[in-house]
Design a protein around this ligand. Structure first.
Ligand code: NAP
Length: 330
């Protein structure tokens, strides 16, 4: 059972990428062997492929934190050969060979049965980025996000998490203000449902002040840094920002406790990776059901051979929307 895999090797001068033939016997032990049809490109995949030690320490390595396909063999009573499934997060693509290979083997409690409204392709249009956007929106809703309270801010709006957050909030009836560094994507973000477009410079203005005018009913932040600090300082009373990313910075400069103790605002943490599997399965069902979106305007399909360029582009913040990786076609 040989299969093709994208292969990252660490050399003296950097990382190199090739396609290799692997054997199922090379995969780690696990309950479920999966034939991967599609994966996707996330910012974290690019971190893995460039040796970020917080993501991947063992090389050579096959990244891919997302995978969707069909069960080939299962040692778990919960899954059988032929089942359509997806896997995201936990250690997949970090130090466990990931979805950029045509086979993966994983523990059964990493596996999500494919929801009725999704298939291998559409689930990977969402992928970890889309799931994370949904997790952030879900948590804002738990905190009482009110559709009549005004605009909800989405930062890094043209990225993977950002585009799905814009689309989902708009679908749910919220007014969305999108921060983007890509002025040429303003029209595309408006087509997804954004009502206001802000430049990064606008989102960073006033960072030296402890509080800014109350503007946002809620926020999904994918970038961290000054933009997250300003989002916290611009929340309306009792509102929340869901922080899920660090595309700009892991720090939150210029922030004090003042917004928290004077405006009752909340900074919510979002982690899609170690989220308990029951929550993952339930949210994927929602994404295949009442939260189904038409994401075709933001989806582009690439092959494993296109990954080196796509990895370089996402690290520079240059990717619009979601890249689905057609792993089966390799
Ligand atoms: N917590 C979790 O479970 C979880 C899950 C998935 C992703 N994440 C994180 O969420 C972030 C976004 O992931 P993604 O897959 O959506 O990445 P992505 O597609 O690259 O999107 C990130 C976007 O952030 C903006 N950006 C990039 N560099 C920036 C900078 N220096 N300053 C301000 N904005 C910048 C860009 O959008 P504009 O050009 O439109 O501004 C870029 O498209 C990453 O940090 C990722 O690690 C976390």
């Amino acid at each position: 059972m040989a299969f093709k895999a994208f292969w990252v090797e660490k050399g003296d001068t950097g990382f190199s990428y090739t396609m290799v033939d692997r054997e199922v016997g090379d995969l780690p032990p696990g309950d479920v062997l999966i034939d991967v049809a599609y994966s996707s490109l996330n910012y974290k995949d690019a971190l893995s492929a460039t040796g970020n030690p917080g993501v991947t320490r063992k090389f050579p390595h096959t990244p891919g934190i997302d995978a969707a396909g069909t069960v080939v063999e299962s040692g778990s009573a919960d899954f059988a050969a032929g089942d359509a499934v997806l896997v995201m997060g936990y250690d997949l693509g970090m130090n466990t060979p990931g979805g950029y290979g045509q086979r993966i083997r994983v523990p059964a409690d990493w596996v999500v049965r494919m929801p009725a409204g999704l298939d291998a392709y559409s689930s990977m249009v969402l992928g970890t980025a889309g799931f994370t956007a949904a997790l952030a929106v879900e948590k804002l809703l738990v905190m009482g996000l009110d559709a009549n309270a005004g605009e909800v801010l989405v930062t890094g709006a043209s990225g993977g998490v950002g585009t799905v957050a814009v689309a989902l909030l708009a679908k749910l009836g919220y007014q969305v203000a999108a921060v983007t560094g890509k002025a040429d994507k303003a029209a595309a973000l408006q087509a997804l449902g954004a009502t206001t477009i802000l430049s990064r410079e606008e989102a960073e203005a006033g960072a030296e002040r402890p509080l800014l005018a109350e503007r946002w009913a809620g926020a999904v932040d994918t970038v961290g840094g000054v933009i997250l600090g300003n989002a916290i300082k611009s929340l309306k009373h009792s509102a929340s920002v869901a922080a899920c990313g660090l595309a700009a910075s892991p720090e939150i400069p210029g922030t004090t406790v003042l917004p928290f103790i004077l405006r009752h605002v909340n900074l919510l943490g979002i982690d899609s990776v170690e989220l308990p599997i029951a929550h993952k399965r339930a949210l994927w069902e929602k994404l295949g059901g009442e939260w189904t979106m038409d994401l075709s305007p933001v989806a582009e399909t690439i092959g494993l051979a296109d990954l080196p360029d796509a990895i370089a582009s996402i690290l520079k913040g240059g990717v619009f929307g979601r890249k689905v990786v057609d792993v089966g076609a390799a």
